[in-house]
Design a protein around this ligand. Structure first.
Ligand SMILES: N[C@@H](CCC(=O)N[C@@H](CS)C(=O)NCC(=O)O)C(=O)O
Length: 225
């Protein structure tokens, strides 16, 4: 049965599912749905109008976290959730920390105004006021998220249990959009987090899930070390 991810690949949540599938070694189809100009009948597939949606044959599943949890049960190997109860809770917590907190802040304040708004508004550059507001978000809102991640990661390669889990994928995906907006955690202040991001973005799973992102990468060269 065909597996299909529905949703524009630049969404951090669509990317999370695509990276998850790639790390499982699963082939899938990708349908590029824009949630702000969706195809007819989209609400029947996605009742909240959001991306990603997912199809396993004729079965429809919504929400990136639920899609990943489903995929883990359907295709258990390699495991991308810990088996230990507390580690399991930690892993899904980091996923939620990213989805519901960090990305919910960074996305609308950096990626949307600096990348999506100019693109969809037919402009070559974002409004200077939007860039200033994004810089303010990076300076004032983001450090509390990044300090926490830096501390929790410590000297480990991964967030939970010394191996790749949904925690790492869920956290790393949001930093792709931040980079496209022209920002990243400064290496001097958040060395462990920044090295983690580099490692994760260098994985074949992230590389393949970002291969089509060239139109969104114009500001990526502005990222400072
Ligand atoms: N919790 C959801 C969030 C999905 C989400 O917010 N997707 C955005 C795009 S990044 C969207 O579809 N926005 C359109 C809308 O909310 O109408 C998930 O993890 O799948």
């Amino acid at each position: 049965m065909a597996l299909t991810v529905l949703g524009g690949g630049v969404s951090p949540f669509v990317r999370k599912v695509r990276v998850f599938l790639a790390e499982k070694g699963l082939d899938y189809e990708h349908e590029n749905v824009n949630p702000f100009g969706p195809p007819e009948g989209w609400r029947e597939i996605s009742p909240l109008g959001r991306i990603p949606a997912f199809k396993d044959g004729d079965k429809v599943i919504n929400d990136s976290s639920i899609i990943c949890a489903y995929l883990e049960r359907r295709f258990p190997k390699p495991a991308l959730y810990p088996t230990d109860d507390y580690e399991y809770a930690r892993a899904v917590w980091f996923e939620e920390f990213a989805d519901g907190g960090m990305i919910a802040t960074m996305g609308p304040k950096t990626f949307f105004p600096c990348v999506l708004k100019p693109l969809f508004g037919g402009k070559s550059e974002p409004d200077p006021a939007d860039v200033a507001a994004a810089e303010k978000c990076v300076a004032e809102d983001c450090p509390k998220f990044w300090d926490y991640l830096e501390r929790e990661l410590g000297d480990n390669e991964y967030f939970v249990g010394n191996r790749l889990t949904i925690a790492d994928i869920g956290v790393a995906t949001g930093f792709v959009n931040l980079r496209y907006a022209g920002f990243a955690p400064e290496r001097k202040r958040w060395p462990k987090l920044r090295a983690f991001i580099d490692r994760m973005h260098g994985r074949p799973s992230f590389k393949s899930a970002t291969a089509q992102d060239a139109p969104f990468q114009k500001r990526a060269g502005l990222v400072k070390d």
